[in-house]
Design a protein around this ligand. Structure first.
Ligand SMILES: Cc1cc2nc3c(=O)[nH]c(=O)nc-3n(C[C@H](O)[C@H](O)[C@H](O)COP(=O)(O)OP(=O)(O)OC[C@H]3O[C@@H](n4cnc5c(N)ncnc54)[C@H](O)[C@@H]3O)c2cc1C
Length: 272
């Protein structure tokens, strides 16, 4: 995020931010194409907090569960994302898998080859190390009020992180309609949290979990549409690989879901 102290920030660059931040001129520079000059200022303390790494737990060979204990509680919705910043200024976005009531922030970080932040979180970081957390941002979260609506949660890789947060938030909010979770992975070992998901859904018969391994079941978009060809009236959350998010959004729309009912987070890599 950045803050404009003069000039008009385009609305598209403020999507997903809290109203109070919008009013203070906060915006997302990565999606900002200004129409006129803007005067910029650094992000203030109201939008960031210090945090300590409270736990590092491998969930699979390539995914690390990172728990952050923030110095002050972050006002977030499960499924939104925050920016994690190291002392040297290196910053990356990660989706929030935890509920506010759980205290610590839970992130799922996939190891990217030669990845600076993910490599550090997998191999270099220690419990007790300090980082800065900025945010949250994003509109990929459960909105109470339509407890009977059918929900589709679909993601690949660590796209499961926001979906895990959204799923538990929906159940905690008393969602009664069907919830279908599809998790795509290239190989079987790419699936993670399988037992935790199965344990959760054992007590919630309205939830269906479908893991889709590329080599075995085929691409997750095909698996999804073969099971659920008609999606009129559904609300969909789509997260993970940017190419697949684009494809899925299109296919879910063509299967009947209204575009305003499709929420997506594409895990775009940081600019070089
Ligand atoms: C809104 C949002 C939410 C995100 N949420 C998550 C999350 O919950 N979990 C998670 O693991 N990641 C998430 N990401 C991605 C994350 O922000 C980082 O981009 C990722 O961890 C890689 O950072 P790095 O510093 O390790 O790699 P870098 O040092 O930035 O990149 C190293 C090299 O790998 C390439 N690269 C980077 N990412 C990828 C990729 N995905 N596929 C192939 N090549 C790549 C780069 O181009 C570069 O050549 C999210 C991104 C966004 C925008």
């Amino acid at each position: 995020m950045m803050r404009a102290t003069r000039g008009t920030v385009p609305a598209a660059a403020q999507q997903g931010l809290k109203d109070s931040w919008k009013a203070q001129g906060y915006f997302l520079p990565c999606v900002c194409v200004p129409d006129s000059d803007l005067t910029l200022a650094t992000v203030g303390d109201e939008a960031r907090t210090g945090a300590v790494i409270a736990a590092l737990e491998p969930l699979s060979t390539s995914v690390m569960r990172v728990r952050l204990h923030c110095d002050r509680p972050l006002d977030f919705r499960p499924g939104q994302y925050c920016s994690v910043m190291r002392d040297d200024g290196l910053a990356r976005s990660y989706s929030i898998a935890s509920l506010p009531s759980e205290g610590d922030l839970e992130l799922h970080v996939r190891r990217v080859e030669n990845g600076r932040m993910s490599g550090w979180l997998h191999e270099g970081a220690h419990v007790g190390d300090r980082v800065t957390v900025q945010g949250p941002s994003g509109e990929c979260f459960y909105v109470p009020g339509q407890a009977e609506q059918s929900l589709l949660l679909v993601g690949t890789g660590t796209g499961l992180a926001p979906l895990w947060g959204i799923l538990r938030d929906a159940l905690r909010s008393g969602h009664r309609g069907p919830i279908h979770l599809f998790h795509g992975a290239v190989r079987r070992e790419g699936l993670y949290l399988v037992q935790e998901i199965q344990k959760l859904i054992a007590g919630h018969p309205q939830v269906t979990y479908t893991p889709a391994v590329l080599d075995e079941e085929g691409p997750v978009d095909q698996v999804l549409l073969s099971r659920l060809p008609k999606l009129a009236g559904w609300r969909a959350y789509v997260c993970g690989d940017p190419g697949l998010v684009r494809t899925l959004k299109k296919k879910i729309f063509l299967a009947g879901a209204a575009s305003k009912e499709i929420f997506a987070d594409a895990f775009l890599p940081a600019a070089p």
